[in-house]
Design a protein around this ligand. Structure first.
Ligand code: NAD
Length: 699
């Protein structure tokens, strides 16, 4: 039963009960409509209270129905709200905890609204590339005032009920309850008070004007347009609220409906909805049931206080977990701790962190030079040099001292987790936790599952990832895991583009115009070109037939490793991150081209983007087929959270679906014909080829 029905003191109480957040799915809408009809027909009922069971009034639309015909099936939310408005008995919303999206739209259809303090209120549809489609854009400005309503609709952000209740002239809430606990009792007495008051007030009848009229909306369009850039929804939110101020209510509703449906069909909204689902899916590991017992993680140890160790430590300190750092020398510990301090102090200076919070966090940090001091840690993460022999020594020491049941993790970017696990007598406790640099900032965490990693270990780290606010994606063991294995092919293709006629700046600009945070060459300069160099040197031995452009090696031979050396593909001024094209680098590329006898050609931005993005997609298809990633959407999360792939394109796999896999494969066949490219490189992965042939996509 998704809506409960009870009568107290001649007041019918309709309690939405669809855990976890009383989503307004079809079953709930049907049950609510039936309960309303029951109350309406019941001669012993004078008023109706709608509230929510558990920890929400209602979180809004049921996400499981997104994009399915169920979302629109009658009674749809608009019909339910019309039924509420049309009740001849007063309907009072008793709102607590969370009231979002469709939940708030339902409340706005009620005749009265009582709210508990501390309730989070929002119309978050814009975050999915949509606007509120059940009257939110027409009723909220009438109830709250045009400006605060527009701010809420355009930002989608949560606002506290106290703040909304304090707004001058607001008619959103008739009353603020003393507490969430007394809300229902207060709503029942309120219902008795208003039971005979007529006419019943309707938000739709309230006036809706902004004193500055067109001037205000002109300003709002400029502001919102400037920030929304690649997203159509925010400007449509402005248009819908403007329509509320200019049209009769029903005309405004029609405008909202048409706009909502148009937005639903935009690739941007599809991408954002895909990400919403992908993020939730990624946290679930297919063969690890939700009720898998977890290990308690109350303390963390980190080996190595360098670039990564320090950043990783901050994640746990921020979450209130004590961290012990181990290094080989006191100086290294001092350096590591000083960097952590410096990072926190910068946050304090910017006003992002309070002084007392900073002190609390630092108080959770301790250091040691001895493994004996780590034995009681529940989780230890190794972040030492990227050499198997060093990892071996560390894991053997850990195996000797750590208490049974401790989780042993490596932050390695490239090394074999199974081999590392085999250095211990407890491979079931070992896995990779691949953080991205800077580890205290980047959202992505690749959880590398070894052949023997325990399911409870996986369940534990997936939950822990949430606690430290990371998006965790599980990867199987392979060279580079999901993200770096794909980026290697993207980097190779970038090199071929230079050989053929592009400059680094031209490639970066094209990719950045497509929406990437950074093009491949700026990214190389940021990460350090020496890292790719070391990998290529390995590849030249392992895979002697594999084709590479030599340009990146020539660059490294000049010591141009990137930002850290002040020079890479670009020049850098100390203290600044602006990439300044360097004539010498361009000459180096030209000379290399000439030596190969290549006449440069002008390559279009479209071709640059296709060649780079399709390189990612093809390698991703291999990764999916091999089971290294368990879902295409997991790969999207890796690229969105760790590699600056444009959010509004939904990740490489979603983008491939949008382009059409058939078209991707056709383009790859075309690129394979180019004698300066690599025909082998453009062999479609079998999975990609078969899906394309069958007219299917990655989802
Ligand atoms: P780093 O050189 O900055 O730091 C390594 C630290 O480990 C140094 O402080 C060193 O003194 C210490 N160390 C070395 N051997 C040790 C030992 N036996 N016992 C204790 N401490 C020891 O390196 P980093 O960039 O932080 O990389 C660390 C690990 O993280 C590597 O495996 C690397 O592949 C991985 N990683 C790096 C990045 C990155 O962008 N830097 C990103 C993801 C993963």
């Amino acid at each position: 039963m998704t809506t409960e029905y009870a009568v107290q003191n001649a007041v019918a109480v309709l309690t939405l009960n669809n855990p976890p957040v009383n989503g307004m799915g079809l079953a709930t809408r049907v049950a609510l409509t039936n309960a309303l009809a029951l109350a309406q027909a019941d001669a012993g009922v004078n008023a109706i209270v709608i509230t929510g069971a558990g920890t929400a009034f209602s979180g809004g639309a049921d996400i499981k129905e997104f994009g399915s015909p169920k979302a629109l099936q009658e009674p749809n939310l608009l019909s339910v709200i019309l039924a509420v408005e049309a009740c001849s008995k007063p309907v009072i919303a008793a709102i607590h905890s969370v009231c979002m999206g469709g939940g708030l739209e339902l409340a706005l259809g009620c005749h009265y609204r009582l709210v508990a303090p501390g309730c989070k209120v929002a119309l978050p549809e814009v975050k999915l590339g949509l606007l509120p489609g059940a009257g939110g854009t027409q009723r909220l400005p009438r109830a709250l005032g045009v400006e605060p309503a527009l701010n809420m609709i355009v930002s989608g952000e949560l606002v506290n009920s106290e703040l909304l209740f304090s707004l001058p002239g607001q008619k959103l809430f008739n009353k603020m309850a003393v507490s969430a606990d007394t809300l229902l009792a207060e709503a029942l007495s309120f219902a008795v008070e208003v039971a005979t008051v007529r006419p019943l007030p309707l938000v739709r009848n309230l006036p809706c004007k902004h004193p500055l009229g067109d001037a205000y909306f002109g300003f709002a369009r400029n502001m919102v347009g400037g920030m929304a850039k690649n997203y159509p929804a925010p400007l449509k939110c402005v248009a819908a609220v403007e329509a509320a101020t200019k049209n009769k209510f029903n005309d405004g509703m029609r405008f909202e409906r048409d706009t909502f449906i148009n937005l639903m069909w935009t690739p941007e909204s599809r991408a954002l909805r895909h990400i919403f689902m992908a993020e939730r899916a990624a946290s679930k590991v297919p063969d690890v049931p939700a009720d898998t017992a977890q290990r308690a993680i109350k303390s963390v140890a980190i080996i190595g206080a360098g670039t990564m160790g320090g950043g990783i430590a901050m994640n746990f300190l921020n979450a209130g977990l004590p961290v012990k750092l181990l290094e080989m020398k006191p100086e290294a510990l001092e350096r590591g701790v000083a960097t952590i301090r410096k990072n926190y102090e910068a946050q304090v200076k910017k006003g992002k962190l309070k002084q007392d919070k900073y002190e609390q966090r630092m108080a959770l940090l301790s250091t040691t030079l001895s493994y004996d001091d780590l034995r009681d840690a529940d989780l230890v993460i190794e972040a030492v040099f990227e050499e198997m022999a060093v990892k071996e020594a560390v894991f053997k020491s850990l195996d000797a001292v750590m208490k049974p049941g401790a989780i042993l993790a490596s932050n390695t970017s490239t090394l074999d987790i199974n081999q590392i696990a085999a250095f211990t007598q407890r491979p079931q406790d070992v896995l990779g936790l691949h953080f991205f640099s800077p580890a205290n900032v980047m959202k992505l965490l690749e959880v590398v599952r070894g052949a023997q990693t325990g399911k409870d270990v996986l369940a534990t780290v997936m939950a822990l990832a949430k606690k430290i606010k990371k998006t965790a994606v599980v990867s199987g063991v392979c060279d580079g895991f999901i993200g770096n294995r794909m980026i290697e092919q993207y980097g190779r293709q970038g090199g071929f583009l230079l050989d053929e006629g592009c400059t680094p700046a031209q490639v970066d600009k094209a990719v950045e115009k497509f929406g990437f945070a950074m093009g491949p060459f700026r990214m190389g300069d940021l990460a350090g070109n020496d890292i790719g160099w070391a990998i290529r040197k390995r590849r030249y031995v392992e895979k002697p037939g594999m084709k590479y452009s030599k340009t990146a090696d020539l660059l490294c031979e000049k010591g141009r490793f990137g930002q850290k050396t002040g020079a890479g593909w670009y020049d850098y001024v100390p203290g600044k991150r602006d990439a300044i094209p360097n004539a010498e680098v361009n000459q180096m590329i030209e000379a290399h081209r000439a030596a190969l006898g290549i006449t440069p050609r002008k390559i279009s931005d479209e071709e640059i983007v296709q060649r780079l993005v399709f390189s990612l997609i093809n390698e991703a298809a291999h990764i999916l087929q091999e089971g290294i990633a368990s879902r295409a959407s997991d790969i999207d999360m890796v690229y969105l959270m760790g590699y600056g792939f444009p959010i509004y394109r939904g990740g490489p796999m979603n983008y491939a679906n949008e382009v059409g896999l058939f078209n991707v494969v056709q383009a790859m066949h075309r690129f394979a014909q180019n004698p300066l490219d690599d025909a082998q490189f453009w062999q479609p992965a079998p999975l990609l080829a078969s899906l394309a042939a069958e007219g299917k996509n990655f989802s």
